[in-house]
Design a protein around this ligand. Structure first.
Ligand code: FMN
Length: 178
């Protein structure tokens, strides 16, 4: 049994990437894992100020919002799923804000599997490149973490268009096989 954390960054509840998160969760539940989903749209989040207070204060952040708790949950998880809509060829600002704030304890994010879920309106592979690159850039900074899978929904614009997309079954199967 693994401790799985799913972070959904879309502002659209029931949108395309959020639907893939829910499919992943269904599969992981089916396999008996323990899952927590965090919807960033419900969270109070602020940008990293690069004050480096955390560096000399055991990872404590000066900003009192919901992100320190999210970072602690990432540290505690065996499996982390980062999910985002593609915005201007990159992950969205909501997810990037969490990643930037992980500077408070980034050396403690170790020994776990990461998955990326992303959805984009365009069909072309290059629509995903910037998002995959920034996901990999984050992982590259961490200790003993693995890129365990990419679940990409292309050619989906309006919320709900993901229905019937191959990525839906892939998300379920991937969640089931973590
Ligand atoms: C601000 C913004 C920027 C976007 N930029 C892109 C883009 O660069 N490439 C693309 O293919 N789709 C782009 N889209 C479309 C979304 O990626 C697409 O609708 C996606 O399925 C949304 O996922 P969601 O339903 O999970 O929010 C953009 C949408 C928004 C709102």
């Amino acid at each position: 049994m693994k401790n799985v954390l799913v972070i959904s960054a879309s502002p659209r509840k029931g949108g395309n990437s959020d639907t893939l998160c829910n499919q992943f969760i269904s599969g992981a539940q089916e396999a008996g894992h323990e899952i927590e989903k965090i919807n960033l749209r419900d969270k109070d989040m602020n940008y990293c100020r690069a004050c480096y207070y955390c560096k000399n204060h055991d990872g404590k952040c000066v900003i009192k919002d919901d992100i320190p708790e999210i970072i602690d949950k990432i540290i505690a998880a065996d499996v982390v799923v980062l999910s985002t809509p593609v915005y201007f060829y990159c992950m969205n600002a909501q997810l990037k804000t969490v990643i930037d704030r992980s500077v408070m304890k980034w050396t403690k994010i170790a020994n776990k599997d990461f998955y990326l879920i992303a959805t984009a309106a365009e069909e072309e592979d290059h629509a995903m490149e910037g998002t995959i690159k920034s996901f990999r850039g984050f992982l590259e900074c961490l200790t003993d973490v693995r890129e365990a899978g990419l679940i990409l929904g292309k050619g989906v614009y309006n919320a709900g268009e993901i229905a019937g997309n191959l990525a839906v079954a892939l998300a379920y199967e991937t969640g089931k096989n973590i």
